[in-house]
Design a protein around this ligand. Structure first.
Ligand code: FAD
Length: 814
């Protein structure tokens, strides 16, 4: 009759004398409790506590545990427990008696590792090894490898890890390294002494240790059979956690606890032995070399390295270690003779160092995969190619990771130009809003859809190397320094959202509204609030294109907005009851004014508006070839409607000197030459330029020494667009972006980028973000809900935008 693996294990434990060593230790140390330990797929240690008097009975029978424990009792997205579900049978954990150890910090407790089996009662597979027991898997794999090849894999790991807590901070000069400093080790004396003492008590042969970076310590023990090394690595972590508990600090095995610091690797140093001889080296040969068997084994491991990432670097945090290039983490699949920049290094004759695994790995799985890859290389005689020579890190021309803050036209043009001039570059474009395109969406007039169409062109900028990250406000959700720590290059393109004030008495009276706020309201910007009431007498200060937009918006009749995206409610607020008069106060002459002739000429299409000049003489002195004067003449000399709904009067060469009013603006005193006129009004709109908003959280004062016309603020930090200089239309923004991209390329070509980019941004920040697809969902919903005669109806509340952005379409859920 055949017996199962479970039966055989029980028989071994029940054999005469098998329990003696454990029972002696129980007696000698007064052990009262024993942990029956198993190791999960993520290398978490779990198990049961057994009173010492039950040890002999349960050591020969085993303890039962729910099988989903091997997947950390974690549920999938469907809420079903992984690795079997709630109704799955339990497994049986039987101790491997040679792992019995008394805990050095409390002799009343011992621990033993268990092998796991399917339970006896199954109709099929009763008592076979449990497939999800990674520790058992390594044991079986190694045993069959040895049986077939006569070889045994020995390994020694380099368990880097980080200590953190009060009194254990590491201070050192920026741009230097605390590595190997005995001073730092001295401050960590309590830590390393306890760890080494405890580990030695548990049978480790401790050999050396050092301090490597802020909080990072590596303590090594002697290499051994891979199965033992894996057991010890798990035990080592338990020891470190205990020491941390005793000292009131934290012991972390995160692969990358912080950007800019060394990651916690767990290099596996390995060799292959047959009959006590290391087959990777030729006996007696001293120069660095590798035998054929060694070369084939290396070939196998390199061949399987892409797939091996699943277990060598299995967490999101693992990838941060690899992204932080320049910090001794490998970035290419290669090998070399004592070359620290390679994934596999022949560090000395007979010893190969595999740098892929990190501190959080499951050592049973990493060793199992390493062994299987070696086996495959040996079987297939895989050629690893010639060893890599030289510093692979400095040879790789990796493009930098760039953060652009502000997804307005300037930010988008910058991303576009960077990708055009340096295709490998990775760009992340942040914006405080859930949608990109800045003033193209919220400034350019709703009846200028032709200009807004640039959005279509800019939408093509976003792909897998140019990401949009919306709903992140610099200064609130992230600081400039956060971004500079995460990205090689940061470009500020946040525009200017404040309206320049008139700077005259009375300029703070209610009833005065800046053109920025006015146009944001008209464009349904979520932070703009309601459109201020505009009465029948308006004084508009300014003679640029924005002023032209405002004249048009205040003068157009409802049917003239067909094809726009003006919200019907906004239209209602723009209209006045009865005829309206707009006095436009322009400082310069028509020739020197800022408006584009084409914008002025467009006014001539307003059918129910009459245009006049306060002083007809301004055109008499203009050159006939002057395009602005010609455009103005075209507008004011056109035949006026019989009963105008709006009358626009231009006051060129005029400057406002005071806003008059008690509770709100009632009139504006204007000087024209030596004359002063008072223009009655109920609303004043200023269109005289933009500046940083007063409540802007973005503190640029640190960079106030930067030359006003300069796009460079500090190393790796630039600005562009309106933030660079406060005027200009889209063609100028594109030209600035092109020049800036060229400058970034010049400044950063040949530099080795060191920063990981978006992955370094904390999860709680990333959690709130909206990606480009999300922003497109908002766009689609707006187009779908357009009212008759409109091309879209913008969503005005950020919460509603976020809800739309996060609604995943049914067809994409599988
Ligand atoms: C009313 C108006 C009408 C215009 N009409 C035209 C026109 O018809 N044709 C034309 O060519 N040009 C027009 N322009 C000019 C054009 O809009 C600008 O040239 C252009 O928008 C400037 O681009 P920008 O990216 O520098 O700034 P913006 O367009 O303002 O973009 C800045 C972006 O940064 C984001 N942001 C701001 N602060 C933060 C922060 N702290 N964190 C994260 N993100 C932030 C904003 O949300 C915004 O998306 C007009 C401008 C205005 C004001």
């Amino acid at each position: 009759m055949s017996t199962s693996a479970l039966d055989q294990h029980r028989e071994v434990n029940a054999a005469p004398g098998a329990l003696d060593a454990a029972l002696d230790a129980i007696k000698q140390y007064g052990v009262r409790f024993v942990y029956f330990q198993a190791v999960t797929i993520t290398s978490r240690v779990l198990g049961k506590v057994v009173p010492a008097e039950q040890f002999a009975r349960l050591a020969t029978r085993g303890v039962m545990q729910h099988r989903t424990a091997m997947a950390n009792l974690q549920a999938g997205r469907d809420g079903v427990l992984m690795a079997g579900g709630v109704g799955a049978s339990e497994y049986c954990a039987v101790p491997d008696l040679d792992t019995f150890q008394v805990l050095p910090w409390d002799h009343s407790t011992a621990r033993v590792f268990c092998s796991l089996y399917e339970p006896d009662h199954l109709e099929e597979n009763a008592g076979v090894p449990l497939a999800t027991d990674s520790r058992g898997l390594l044991k079986r794999l190694h045993a069959s490898f040895t049986e077939r090849t006569g070889l045994e894999m020995r390994t020694g790991t380099e368990p880097e890890m980080t200590w953190e807590g009060e009194g254990f901070e590491t201070t050192f000069r920026p741009d230097s390294s605390p590595a190997y400093h005995i001073e730092h080790l001295e401050r960590y004396r309590a830590i390393y002494q306890k760890v080494i003492d405890y580990a030695s008590f548990m049978g480790f042969e401790m050999v050396e240790g050092d301090f490597e970076d802020a909080g990072q310590v590596e303590l090594n023990w002697m290499y051994d059979h891979a199965n033992l090394t894996a057991d010890r690595l798990v035990t080592y972590r338990q020891i470190c956690k205990q020491v941390a508990r005793e000292l009131g600090i934290e012991a972390s095995f995160m692969p990358k606890p912080g950007v800019g610091y060394m990651g916690n690797g767990c290099h596996h140093n390995w060799s292959l032995w047959k009959d006590g001889v290391n087959v990777l080296a030729e006996p007696g040969r001293s120069e660095l070399h590798l035998t054929d068997a060694g070369r084939f084994a290396v070939g196998g491991v390199l061949n399987h390295t892409p797939g091996a990432m699943l277990v060598m670097g299995s967490t999101v945090n693992s990838y941060k270690r690899f992204w932080d290039a320049g910090q001794f983490a490998p970035s290419r699949i290669n090998w070399g003779m004592d070359n620290k920049t390679c994934t596999m290094r022949l560090s000395s004759n007979g010893r190969l160092e595999y740098k892929l695994p990190d501190a959080s790995c499951n050592p049973f799985l990493t060793h199992a995969v390493l062994l299987a890859a070696i086996d495959d290389g040996l079987k297939n005689q895989t050629d690893p190619g010639a060893p890599t020579v030289g510093d692979i890190m400095s040879e790789v021309d990796v493009a930098p990771r760039v953060a652009v803050v502000g997804a307005g036209p300037s930010g988008c043009f910058t991303a576009q130009q960077l990708r055009k001039q340096w295709p490998e570059v990775e760009v992340t474009v942040f914006d405080r809003l859930p949608t990109p395109f800045g003033l193209l969406r919220y400034g350019v007039a709703p009846d200028h859809q032709g200009t807004k169409n640039v959005i279509r062109q800019l939408s093509r900028v976003f792909d897998d190397r140019t990401r949009f990250v919306g709903n992140i406000e610099l200064g609130r959700n992230l600081s400039i320094e956060d971004l500079r720590a995460a990205f090689d290059v940061v470009v500020l393109a946040t525009g200017l959202s404040g309206d320049r004030r008139l700077g005259i008495p009375g300029d703070d009276l209610p009833g005065i509204v800046g053109s920025g706020r006015f146009t944001r309201c008209v464009n349904d910007h979520p932070a703009a609030g309601d459109l201020p009431t505009v009465g029948r007498r308006v004084v508009l200060v300014g003679g640029g294109n924005v002023a032209m937009d405002i004249i048009r918006l205040l003068s157009k009749q409802p049917d003239e907005f067909t094809g726009s995206d003006l919200h019907p409610d906004t239209l209602g607020r723009l209209r006045s009851e009865g005829p309206r008069r707009i006095d436009v106060v322009v400082r310069s002459t028509p020739t020197d004014a800022k408006f584009d002739p084409v914008m002025m000429r467009e006014l001539a299409h307003l059918a129910s508006t009459e245009f006049r000049l306060a002083d007809a003489g301004v055109l008499a002195t203009a050159e006939s070839s002057d395009p602005r004067s010609a455009a103005l003449a075209h507008v004011v000399e056109r035949e006026s409607p019989a009963a105008p709904a709006t009358t626009v009067v231009f006051h060129f060469g005029s400057t406002p000197v005071e806003v008059i009013g008690t509770d709100r603006a009632e009139a504006v005193k204007v000087r024209t030459g030596v004359h002063t006129t008072t223009l009655a009004c109920d609303t004043v709109i200023t269109a005289i330029g933009f500046e940083s908003a007063v409540n802007d959280d973005l503190d640029l004062t640190l960079y106030r020494d930067a030359d006003p016309g300069e796009d460079f603020l500090a190393p790796g930090l630039y600005r562009t667009g309106w933030l660079h200089s406060s005027t200009g239309a889209l063609p100028e923004m594109r030209a600035r972006a092109r020049a800036l991209a060229a400058r970034i390329r010049r400044d950063h070509a040949g530099h080795h980028p060191a920063r990981p980019g978006l992955v370094a941004i904390p999860y709680e920040v990333i959690d709130r973000t909206v990606d480009f697809d999300g922003s497109m969902r908002i766009d689609e919903a707006e187009v779908a809900s357009a009212s008759p005669g409109r091309i879209r109806q913008k969503v005005r509340e950020v919460d509603a935008m976020l809800a739309l952005a996060r609604t995943v379409p049914a067809e994409s859920v599988c």
